[in-house]
Every structure is written in structure tokens, then in C-alpha cells.
Write a protein that binds this ligand. Structure first.
Ligand code: SF4
Length: 347
């Protein structure tokens, strides 16, 4: 089937299901997918919308951890589909629930109350472990609020899996670098004196797209070519990049800043450092008003796994229930607790 036939078929199925089908899509999805979604947003925006959705079928265009959270927050009888179950997040894979649990047990045995704070980019099994140890989930939009919350709950915080978001957020709260220690997944470094005294323990994880493909020299290069113009990046970038940029924030923040800059029309160029599908969409949307430039052409291959053909295949087999994302019953209550602590603290 050619592209236009696939596209038309998707729209026919959407019409057929009407209010019984809602398609959600993350901002990092390709345009060919975004044009079919009912709600586009970042992790926080999409998680917030789930409880209000009444449709029996929810198709989530994103990566696995997002669909798992959607499935957890869905109402009884609702079904959440992910068009490609191999669309995982490289960062989420860096924190395995069994490793996180062992580290937290070791920390609990030390007598210090260390509160876990899991970035939403983690598996549901990790969120459940975090919930059982009194911790919460955060997103890049609310990491600062949630890190402050976590510090108030105990003696120290274990931030996982993204060391960069952890360090960048800690800096905003004025936590000195010497009070932060990156640990290892086996928990061997926990025995060191610096880890025993640290206020913030960081899991050794990162987003390869933001950490490895966005470098400080790219920021310097942009500033050289466009003096006075801003570089704004996502806080999953390394602190070395964030520190020399003109601002950092969540996907929602980057979109808002691009919109404001386009409306003001006073900046000749604006450089944005995040996943390329989103930056490309902003470049096209505001092409007549501002020159938006990507810091790097960094695409997330997991996000790309959901495409029009896989979306269509999912829609065609909705009735069969094939492709439904299910959540282990034993994980539901503790994982929901960690997510609800975030939603309640960030109303
Ligand atoms: S861009 Fe990075 S954090 Fe986002 S889904 Fe891809 S690998 Fe995960």
C-alpha cells in the first residue's frame, strides 16, 4: 500500500471508531504519525490526560514505558495499544528493577533514609520499586519541584536513571557538585565515604541521543556563527552542554520558547537541542518568522519504530486485542503510588 492509501485507511478507521478511540502521540514522533493523533504532548502532558479519556481504545504512539504508564492510569475496561512493542527507551533500559531494588535495600540497611526519585523514562517495574521505597516519579517539566520534595522526605535522594537530569536539576537547587556522587548499578560505590556522605546519588544512566550527540563545541560553534542568538536545550543533555547554553527545559518549555521567539520576531535565529523530529516540526512551523536550527540532527530510533504502517496494523486489529500493553498486577499498586505522588505534588 502506498503512503496516501495508508494515511487514508488510518483516517477511515479513526472515523469508524469515533469517540471509542483516542490516539496519543509524543512530540518526538515523526510528522507522518503526529498528523493522525488526537493529543500530542510530552510525557507529563500525556500522563495527565489519560484519566480524563473515556474511549475504550487508547493507541499510544511513543515508547514502551509511556504506554505502560498509560495502561496503569487507564480506567478498568480500557485498552492501551502500542504499535510496536520493541519501541523501548535506551535510557529506561539502563536501570533494571532488580538492580535498583538491591541498591535501595543496601541504602536502607545503612540506616540513612534515601528517597528514590525516578525520571518517568523508566520501566513500570522500576517505578514499582521506587513506590515501595517511598519515592516518586518526575518528568523534565517538574524535576525541580520533585527533587525538592524528595529532599524533604529523607536524608538523601537517589535520582535515576538519568544522571544528567539529576545533575542539571541539582544545580538549579544549589546542591554543590561535591555533594553529588554517581554510583554504579551493582551498588559497589555505595561503600565509599563520598557516597555515604552524598546528598544526591545518581544512577549511571543517560539518553544517548541527548548526551552523546549534543556536544559543548556545537553550542560554541552556533554562538560563533549567530552572535547574540540563543541555544536552548533539553536537560537530558550533559551539564557541560547545559552550562554554556542560554536556557534549558522540558520539551514543553522548548516548544513554548520557539513559539514566543517566532511571535516576537526579534531574534534572527534560535538553536534547539533536543530530538530532531520535534525540532524539524518547529523549523517548518515557524519558517516564515524565525530561523530555527537544530543543535544536532539527533533522532531517536526507538521513537521512529512507530510509523504509519505499524499504526495502521494496530488499528486494523483493535478488536482482536493484539498489541495491548498489559501491566503485571503485582506492580500496579506500588507503581501507581510513585506516579500519584508526582501528580499530587505537581497539580
Ligand atoms: S530520546 Fe532518549 S530518553 Fe527519549 S525515548 Fe529516545 S532514548 Fe529514551
Amino acid at each position: 500500500m502506498d503512503k496516501s492509501s495508508i494515511s487514508a485507511r488510518i483516517e477511515d478507521i479513526r472515523k469508524k471508531y469515533g469517540s471509542d478511540l483516542v490516539i496519543l502521540g509524543h512530540h518526538y514522533q515523526a510528522d507522518e504519525v503526529v498528523e493522525h493523533v488526537d493529543i500530542v504532548g510530552d510525557s507529563l502532558e500525556l500522563a495527565r490526560r489519560i484519566p480524563d479519556i473515556e474511549a475504550r481504545n487508547i493507541v499510544f504512539c511513543g515508547v514502551f514505558f509511556m504506554a505502560e504508564s498509560a495502561s496503569l492510569l487507564a480506567r478498568p475496561g480500557q485498552r492501551v495499544f502500542l504499535p510496536d512493542h520493541s519501541a523501548d527507551c535506551a535510557m529506561a533500559r539502563m536501570a533494571k528493577a532488580e538492580d535498583v531494588e538491591k541498591v535501595l535495600e543496601k541504602l536502607a540497611a545503612s540506616g540513612r533514609k534515601v528517597v528514590p526519585l525516578a525520571y518517568v523514562n523508566s520501566s513500570l517495574a522500576v517505578k514499582a520499586v521506587v513506590g515501595r521505597f517511598g519515592g516518586a516519579v518526575c518528568t523534565s517539566s517538574n524535576a525541580k519541584v520533585m527533587l525538592e520534595w524528595a529532599f524533604k522526605q529523607g536524608d538523601a535522594v537517589l535520582f535515576l536513571p538519568d544522571r544528567n537530569l539529576g545533575r542539571n536539576t541539582a544545580k538549579q537547587l544549589g546542591i554543590p557538585a561535591e555533594q553529588q556522587v554517581e554510583i554504579d548499578a551493582a551498588g559497589k560505590k555505595l561503600d565509599s565515604e563520598e557516597a555515604r556522605n552524598a546528598r544526591l546519588l545518581l544512577w549511571p544512566g543517560c539518553c544517548p541521543i541527548h548526551e552523546q550527540l549534543m556536544k559543548p563545541e556545537m553550542v560554541t560553534e552556533f554562538h560563533k556563527h549567530f552572535p547574540g542568538c540563543r541555544v536552548l536545550v533539553h536537560p537530558e543533555c550533559s551539564p557541560e552542554v547545559v552550562d554554556i547554553c542560554d536556557g534549558s527545559g522540558s520539551t514543553a518549555f522548548l516548544i513554548k520558547e520557539a513559539e514566543k521567539a517566532a511571535a516576537a520576531g526579534t531574534e534572527p535565529a534560535l538553536c534547539i537541542g533536543t530530538e530532531f523530529h520535534l525540532v524539524h516540526r518547529l523549523m517548518e512551523r515557524y519558517a516564515d518568522r524565525i530561523n530555527i536550527i537544530p543543535l544536532a540532527q539527533a533522532t531517536c530510533h526507538d521513537m521512529e519504530k512507530v510509523d504509519e504502517p505499524s499504526l495502521l496494523a494496530t488499528l486494523e486489529r483493535l478488536e482482536s486485542g493484539e498489541g495491548v500493553v498489559t501491566v503485571d498486577e503485582a506492580l500496579k499498586a506500588p507503581a501507581r503510588e510513585s506516579l500519584m505522588r508526582m501528580l499530587e505534588n505537581c497539580r
